[in-house]
Structures are given as structure tokens and as C-alpha cells.
Design a binder for this molecule. Sequence first.
Ligand code: CUA
Length: 477
Amino acid sequence: MQEHRFHPWIRTLRALALVGAVGLLAACVGPTQWGHGNQSTIQPATDSTRVVQSIYALVTWIDVGIFVVVFGLLAYAVFRYRVRPGQSQQLPKQVHGNALMELTWTIVPAIILIFIAVPTWSGIFRAARPPAEGAFAVEAIGHQWWWEFKYPDQGVVTANEMVIPVGKPVVVKTHSIDVIHSFWVPKLSGKIDSLPGKINTLWFTPEEPGMYYGQCAEFCGTSHANMRFRVRVVSPEEFETWVAGLKQPPKPSSDDAKAGEQLFVSKTCMACHTISGVPVALGILGPNLTNLPARTTLAAGVLENTPENLVRWLQHTQAVKPAAKMGTPGPDGAYEPVFAGARLSDDEARQLAAYLLSAPGAAAAGTAGQMAAMSSSAAAPAPAAGGKTAEQLFQEKGCIACHLIPGIPAAVGKIGPSLEGLMSRPTIAAGKLKTTPENLHKWIKNPRAIKGDTLMAPLPMTDEELDTIVSYLVKLK
Ligand code: CUA
């Protein structure tokens, strides 16, 4: 009689539970919502993520069991012992100090925790010990707001798209140039912080060729959400081809691309960007641009890599990625679209994009000399050789992209130190050298010989050009 009254209830509950479970399952395996499952942690694609997933699944199933038992007993008690009409409202007899029950609810959870702890510990120890033999090393360096990938064994550098061969353990060593970032490719590995001044390591073995999606996972400033990256897992042969492409400069074939090659120097791009095989392009502030056509995205995963998007990025950098360092904060705090000295007309942006997206090819003999000559003749029509003013040189050599230089209207760069009142400071190069004209000469000639990790690029200059620049700088108030 009593039972008949709650049977329909239980049927309703059962139906609801079934609908809920099916919905949950569909949400978990359904590929369409939430980014096509590209960053799903429950679809492991490496040995390392499979270990994590197996522990996660174990904990989840144990939790489901506990949930069913606890809520089953609770539901049973609620229905079975509810107050019925006409029953006394007095509390039933209370139980205190039942040794059997207390032992049970201590020992059973302890056993469950041991079942969780053992695989968890073994997973932690496994993650902490990268394979000593045959592993492949990549350095992942966080910058506001892009990723640099260095391959010490191959001697190549790239940005925002890490390419690795399938089937080989990869050891990722990560740190940061500025603030704390976090390296995370959910399908390939766990998450690890990229810290300034400390190297953190994680490792995994990619098993399937394909594209894997990563994201900086630590809030790192205005464009944190725009600090994406990709990992492309390829066959060993494809990997070799890719490495070879990173050792050659773009080979401009069209007239646009050839004009773009000159703009790369005259618009001071080379002060911040490196391109392998281009002697003047040694900047390390921005991403290495060697073999740009091999990448699928621009601006750290924000835009698909197409000529139209590259033009948009070059002209409207700040609209694509707010506060990107390719631009300068103006007096009102709002960013300029790009550097004041590097603003591009529509034609120029198209030409520069054509150059950067040229397929790599062997540099012609004597290119080094040509490029160096170009860097001292590209901007303004030069007067007789050697007769340049300091103002011209600051523009042509790219100094204006990074420094505020009093008396040079275009020099409003804020990446390097302001050069206002330079001689009134006791030292230069952040304390490495006393401020003397000779040391200034030495520093500008080869900053990396004095301070290995400096972001200032060695810009090709003759001694005569250096003298002109130094004599301007020592007079600065
Ligand atoms: Cu880098 Cu968030």
C-alpha cells in the first residue's frame, strides 16, 4: 500500500536520470560545441595525456560509484522513513557511538584513496622524468603575446607553430621573457608555467600526425586570450623539409616582393625580427619570420595565414591584437596602429606581405653585402656616401623603432630605454659599461657581445656611421 505511493516517483526520477546521463554523454563526446573538441583534455593523443586521462577516468568512475551509493541510500531513507499523516512528530530513538559504522566509514574511504593515490603518484613521477635517450628538445619561450620555439639541435627558430616529428619523445623546456605565461596543448600534454628566469620541463610522445591546438593558460596581460599557438605533428621526412626551409631567406620573385624586401629594411622591421639568411635582420624582440609561408596562422593564432590577413596585420596591428608590442602607446595611452616610423601605405603593405610570404630559396651570392648596403641607403635618398646625418641614420638603422630620441620626431619607440639625457647616466647597457663615447660605440656595434640576452639587435654600421650616431647621442640633454 505504502510502496504503491512512491513507485511513480521513482519512475519519474529514473527517467530524469536517464535523460541527464544521455545529455552529459552527448556533451562529452559531441565534437561540435566548444571549439570542435580541439582543446579537449579527454581526447588524449600522446602517452603523457593518456596517463592523465586514465587517472581522471578512474577518479570519475569511483566518484560515480560513491554518488550512486550515497544518494541511493539517502533517497531510500528519505522515502522510507518520511513522516506519514497521523504519525507522531517525535524524533525516533537516536544512535550514538556505533563502533562498526565508524570503522566502516573510516576504512572504506582510506581504501578508495589508496586506489587513487597509487596511479596518481606513478603518473607524477613519470611526468617528472623525461626520457634520457632519443628525446627531441624544443625550447618554448613565452613573450607578450606570442610563443617562440627554438630547436637547439637543428639550429632553427620559429614562432607560434611548433613542428615536431611523429613517434619521438619531445621534451619541451619552457621559460618566459617577460611575465608568467603557461604552455598548454590539452591533447598533447599537461599544463606547465613559463616563468621568467626558470626553466620548466614537460614531455610527451606524439602518436598521430595532425594539428594540435594550444593556448597560453595563465593571464599575462591585455592580449592573453590572443596568445594561441599550434603544434603540427608531421612525418620525419616532412620535418626535415621544414627544418631546411627555416635556413633560407624568402626568395622574392615578383616585383611586389622585391619592393617588399627593401621595405623590410627601410621600415625598420629588421630591428625586431630575424630572417635566416638576411644579414641585417637580427632582431629578437619580435617573432622570427623565416619561412612564414609554412605557418598556418599569423599574430599567434589569431588570423589564418593569407596575404590579405598579413596586409591587415601589418596595417592594423592594434585592431587585430590590442596592445601588441608592434606599436607604441600614444600620449593618450591608446596604441598607434604600428610604429610611427613604420607606417605603411596600402601598396607598401601589399609589397611587404608579398616579400614575407615568398617561398624560401638560397640567397644569391653577395647578398650579405647588398643587404648591408641597402640598410644604409634604403630610407631617404642619401647624399654622397658617408655624408649622412645622425637623424637619417637613426631612421635607417631602425633605432627609432625602439627608442625615444630627443630631436628625432619619428623616434618615439618605447621598447628600449629613452635616450633622453643619456650622458647624465653613470652607466649604459643596464650597468654593464661606464657611460663614455668609446663604450657607447662598442655597445651599439655589438650589444650581444656585452650583454648576451639583450633584445637590442646588432645593426650593421660602418665605423664612420657609428661615430656620427655617437656624437649625436653624447650631446643629448
Ligand atoms: Cu601568455 Cu597568457
